[in-house]
Design a protein around this ligand. Structure first.
Ligand code: ASP
Length: 326
């Protein structure tokens, strides 16, 4: 059994400096501090690809990580990627579109407390990730706080607590009980492995708030190739007072406007309310039950392949990596 661990930084690899936590440790140091042997039944190789706080991660870095993954897939039975938690859900979603149908498990993990701090969750998370990566269930996952979730379905839901990630609108894939890993759900998987690194980062995400100015929306839409509009609840666009719907109707036939929701669970259903139906008539593309992270990175992926709204719609509406079920 051969496992590769690719380090990219994050709190898990951070040490205290005069200017706060900074990602500086390499994978070998992480393993040593976690008390994990490199040759104890499982043979572990390490690759220090980046040492970044994940706040600094850019879409181009997803391609660098995706390329490293793609080049390593044939040589290993499983791959673990250590990553900062702040943008981990964006990276796990983006990687799921860039490297599709990987033939082995790819597991992202991180921690809320640096590995050097007492009571750190890093050793446990690292062990869960390595255990799942050794189980031969292909796909891209996130291991955090004793559970394993699908990479396209996670969101960070806590800025301090150790149980910082949840699987949204999708069951957990596995969890650790005592010394054993219990697999609960095998995600859809199939098709040829594919490295598809075309993405267009020129996308904006706007949160709808009462009184949002249509001019602000138009100015953002003008400067980008596509917009994710984060509405309320099941979704809809205001047309009373400041008429955002009018502004969206102007943009949506030319540039994709994708609607997601501020609610963590449930996703959007634009057929439910009149305000939603009007949004559909204006040409808005519903994000269904996708996470915000999957919606944004998938829009970048779609725009990397075509700028035609109807083709973007087609890509957004199908499921590429189990990211949407409706
Ligand atoms: N700021 C850190 C990062 O995302 C937070 C963490 O890893 O928990 O890199």
């Amino acid at each position: 059994m051969r496992i590769l661990i690719i380090g990219t930084g994050g709190t898990i690899a951070s040490t205290k400096t005069e200017r706060g936590y900074k990602a500086g440790l390499g994978v070998d140091e992480l393993l040593e501090l976690a008390g994990i042997e490199k040759n104890d039944g499982v043979s572990i190789d390490s690759w220090d690809l980046m040492r970044l706080d994940s706040t600094l991660i850019q879409p181009e870095d997803w391609i660098t990580i995706g390329k490293a993954l793609w080049e390593s897939l044939e040589e290993y039975d499983g791959i673990v990627i250590t990553h900062g938690t702040d943008t981990l859900a964006y990276t796990s979603s983006a990687l799921s579109f860039i490297v599709r149908n990987p033939p082995v498990p790819v597991v992202l993990t991180g921690s809320m407390l640096p590995i050097t701090e007492p009571g750190s969750d890093a050793p446990g998370n690292l062990r869960t990730a390595i255990t799942f990566a050794s189980r031969g269930i292909p796909g891209i996952y996130v291991a955090f706080r004793n559970k394993v979730m699908l990479g396209t379905r996670v969101s960070k839901v806590h800025s301090l607590g150790l149980n910082a990630f949840q699987s949204i609108n999708y069951p957990d894939v596995a969890y650790i009980r005592g010394d054993s890993l219990v697999v609960m759900h095998r995600p859809c998987h199939g098709g040829e492995p594919l490295f598809d690194p075309l993405i267009d980062p020129d996308v904006a995400h706007i949160r709808l708030t009462p009184g949002l100015s249509p001019e602000v929306f138009l100015a953002v839409a003008e400067r980008t190739h596509g917009v994710v509009l984060e509405g309320y609840g099941a979704g809809g666009i205001p047309y009373r007072g400041r008429n955002l719907l009018k502004a969206v109707s102007k943009v949506a036939p030319e540039k994709p406007v994708v609607m997601t929701t501020q609610a963590l669970y449930g996703g959007v259903d634009l057929t439910r309310y009149e305000v939603g139906r009007r949004a559909l008539e204006a040409g808005v593309i519903p994000a269904g039950d996708m996470t915000k992270e999957a919606t944004l990175t998938k829009l970048m992926y779609a725009l990397g392949h075509t700028q035609k709204v109807e083709e973007v719609r087609e890509i957004m509406e199908k499921s590429l990596a189990c990211e949407r079920s409706r």
